[in-house]
Ligand binder design. Structure first.
Ligand code: 5CA
Length: 445
């Protein structure tokens, strides 16, 4: 993409309405535009990151054996009357009437609808286990939408639902989700710690929230600092292996880590004092096991091997896809702008032409551009007729992890400059070597 032809409406000034750094940087980098309180348009740069995040979520869900589908944003109120949540959900639910005066709602979550799909088509244990998920817009009429995409009213969520015959199988689904979420967040360059939480309006006895530690987070959390030392890394996971998933779940949840809702001072105080931490965090996901809460209310039953009929065991599992953009920026920025982890960056690298209009640098940038595209690494090429300083400032603000700078002096020596956004370290090398290096970096992402 050539910047001269792109739509990147960066802001020079700090927008007054933004209270936290991620919101400020998303507005300044031209990623989003607010359309109403908590409702945003995703401008091209923000949209690219959103799609990258969605892609990672999809890949890790499919790897865990979960099946994608797509349910609508609008739902019939009747379904929610069956579970009893139409009245319980309160003012967060956006209620709508159609021209026939029928009650609809903009879905805040999909337990009822997925249970309806299940009961319409499945009635035997032979079709279990089954986990279905989608990535779809939700609406919650939050009392205080704020911090940009962090607490929106309209927001993108991945929500998945498992159906199992037994409690043991449903707990395996819970563990499988926990492991797949760890991998998902790590691929985005994030450490998200599973913490014991409260199940709120979703219900159920077992629930963990995934928290990214950040001073600007809305949740208050308490944990044993040892939890921050563990990583899933590249270990091989067999998602069908119950014992393995259970062992990973135990490894990541054995230590004290809780949100304020479940915090227990007496238990917390048993941790050695130097490891006790209280901090703030951003909730980027939550998993729930709630057994037969919805299946019983809505008559989603299955025939067991011995011929009896039982309500299906269920859980639901959510990732805050649009919130993740804010969380990643909170965790990865400096005073010049965003620093995207390679896994989610909108463009793998930028090209800066220091002397636009110079036949030599223009030709070198063009051939560099083509070589990167050929390697599957679409660059963002700043081909505007601007000062070098302005081009660098834009690149730093939008946070591409790698930048290749092409200038007449370097070209005279046959080199370009490859710069890491994270470390600021630059290295001179031939254009071919720079392409090879960037390709090598992304090969492992
Ligand atoms: N049905 C369950 C799981 S599928 C559910 O709705 N869970 S949830 O309420 O915890 O939401 C899942 C994730 O969506 C949260 O962890 C959070 O990351 C994200 N989320 C929730 N509310 C908002 C909001 N107002 N703005 C942005 N993201 C949100």
């Amino acid at each position: 993409m050539r910047l001269s032809r792109y739509f990147l409406p960066v802001l020079k000034e700090n927008p007054a309405e933004a209270q936290i750094v991620s919101h400020r940087l998303m507005l300044r980098a031209g990623m989003i535009k607010q359309q109403a309180a908590g409702i945003y348009s995703w401008l091209p740069l923000g949209f690219r990151v959103l799609k990258r995040i969605e892609q990672i979520v999809h890949e890790e869900q499919v790897r865990a054996g979960h099946i994608p589908l797509l349910m609508p944003t609008l739902q019939s109120a009747d379904l929610w009357r069956e579970s009893g949540r139409y009245d319980d959900y309160g003012q967060e639910m956006l209620r709508i009437k159609d021209r026939q005066d029928r009650d609809l709602l903009y879905g805040p979550t999909n337990e009822e609808m997925i249970t309806d799909i299940f009961r319409s088509h499945i009635s035997s244990y032979k079709d279990l286990p089954l986990t279905l998920y989608h990535i779809q817009w939700k609406f919650r009429d939050e009392m205080r939408p704020r911090f940009g995409v962090m607490r929106g009213r309209e927001f993108l969520m991945k929500d998945g639902y498992n159906f199992d015959l037994t409690r043991e199988d449903a707990l395996h689904a819970y563990n499988r989700h926990l492991v797949s979420y760890l991998r998902t967040y790590e691929r985005m360059g994030l450490q998200a710690i599973p913490m014991r939480a409260d199940s709120g309006p979703i219900g159920g006895e077992n629930t963990h929230e995934f928290l990214v530690l950040a001073d600007t987070g809305e949740s208050e959390v308490f944990y044993d600092s040892a939890v921050t030392d563990i990583r899933l890394g590249a270990r091989d996971i067999d998602y069908d292996d119950k014992a393995q998933c259970q062992a990973v779940m135990e490894e990541f949840t054995a230590r004290y880590a809780r949100t304020d809702e479940t915090h227990d001072e007496a238990v917390f105080n048993q941790i050695p004092e130097e490891r006790r931490r209280s901090a703030r965090g951003i909730e980027v996901g939550q998993i729930f096991y709630f057994g037969t809460k919805y299946s019983e209310a809505m008559g989603a039953n299955v025939v067991t091997p011995d011929g009896s009929r039982v309500p299906v065991e269920m859980g639901s599992h959510g990732i805050g896809v649009s919130r993740l953009l804010g969380a990643i920026i909170e965790a990865s920025h400096d005073d010049k702008g965003i620093i995207w982890p390679e896994g989610v960056t909108p463009f793998p690298c930028g090209i800066v032409n220091l002397k636009q209009g110079d036949a030599g640098t223009d030709a070198a940038c063009d051939s560099l551009y083509k070589a990167l595209v050929k390697a599957g690494l679409e660059p963002l090429y700043d081909d505007r007729d601007e000062r070098a300083g302005a081009k660098f400032a834009t690149m730093d603000l939008i946070g591409l992890p790698w930048r290749i700078t092409v200038g007449p002096r370097g070209l005279a020596n046959g080199v370009v400059e490859l710069t890491s956004r994270r470390t600021g370290i630059s290295e001179e090398m031939t254009a071919d070597a720079a392409v090879a290096r960037v390709a090598e970096i992304y090969a492992t992402v």
